[in-house]
Write a protein that binds this ligand. Structure first.
Ligand code: NAD
Length: 300
């Protein structure tokens, strides 16, 4: 059997996320013993079913990690002024160390205005311009967005050499692609990479992806990356989460990534599955950021 047919090894995001969450629970208990129980407040506006699932998962995970906090559920017709008043209250509450406003928001609310109202030292999502700026400068006292931070942690935990590596990121969103590139181009451990960012206007995408030692895909296009686009032996990280129809399942749909997993795993050396790859890491890194925010209140 040719070596490449043996298939890539899997990056087990679920197992890694559980380990991080166990560490977070220990740190949370240690902080509580010093009088500071980490508190995460999540705000959900409206009744988008996917958002409700994400928020429920964050609530459960923070409780399991021994954190305090609450989920504030607001009606879909909440005004921007009402939401900003709640953010102000959470900003001022010393028991709240992390604030997360679940996106997307209803049309009458401008997400950027809301994000700018969150105190940067409580912005555990890492979307406030202050934290975005710190990430780009390379200051480590801000918060990096949870999904790209989770990807970087995965690469480090699996011993993937990023120094000098050719990294290609597909996607330039503020949530994933741009911060992913910013993290990996910094000097230091788990970074020092040569990063190319591809997007919907990129000419000849495959010419870029075939050069990648590490290919990170966050395009939101089901199975768009096929085996012929991947260099043999590459590490492939699939951030995508796409629901596609599948008559064989109870719900009639199935979750797939942006990577054609069955084809690409024959070529890659290491690959993340969907589900069970990047997804679980996002919540783990959110908890990690919240514990850091709480710890900083003790450091003065
Ligand atoms: P987005 O829609 O904001 O951005 C997608 C990016 O992909 C854009 O910059 C676009 O230019 C690029 N793109 C789209 N089609 C392309 C193509 N054919 N060729 C090259 N580039 C293309 O999405 P996002 O918020 O960055 O999310 C991307 C994916 O990651 C989605 O599937 C989303 O569900 C998933 N996601 C997963 C997690 C997680 O925790 N696992 C977190 C955030 C997002």
């Amino acid at each position: 059997m040719p070596a490449e047919v043996a298939g890539a090894a899997l990056i087990d995001g679920k197992e890694l996320a559980e380990r991080i969450r166990a560490d977070v629970a220990l740190e949370s208990a240690a902080l509580a013993a010093r009088g500071v129980t980490p508190g995460l407040s999540v705000v959900l506006v409206g009744d988008d079913p996917a958002s409700a699932v994400y928020v429920g998962a964050k609530e459960k995970a923070s409780r399991e990690a021994g954190m305090a906090g609450e989920t504030i559920r607001l009606p879909v017709d909440t005004t921007q002024a009402q939401l900003l008043a709640i953010v102000e209250r959470l900003n001022a509450d010393p028991r709240v160390h992390g604030i997360l406003v679940q996106m997307p928001l209803p049309r009458q609310i401008d997400p950027d205005t809301v994000i700018r109202h969150i105190r940067p030292d409580k912005d555990v999502d890492g979307f406030h311009p202050v934290n975005v700026g710190k990430l780009l400068i390379g200051h480590t006292d801000g918060f990096a967005p949870c999904t790209p931070a989770g990807v970087q942690r995965m690469l480090m935990e699996y011993g993937v050499e990023t120094r000098g590596a050719e990294v290609v990121v597909i996607g330039r969103s503020t949530i994933v692609g741009k911060p992913m590139a910013a993290l990996l181009m910094q000097p230091g451990a788990g970074a020092d990479a040569t990063v190319t960012v591809c997007h919907s206007r990129t000419r000849d995408l495959a010419a870029h992806t075939r050069r990648a030692d590490i290919l990170i895909v966050a395009a939101g296009r089901a199975r768009m990356v096929t085996a012929d686009m991947v260099k043999p032996g590459a590490v492939v990280i699939d951030v995508g989460m796409n629901r596609i129809p599948d008559a064989t399942t109870k719900s009639g749909t199935r979750l797939v990534g942006d990577v054609d997993f069955d084809g690409v795993r024959r070529v890659a050396s290491l690959i993340t599955p969907v589900p069970g790859g990047v997804g679980p890491m996002t919540i783990a890194m959110l908890l990690h950021n919240t514990v850091r925010a709480a710890a900083r209140t003790l450091d003065g």
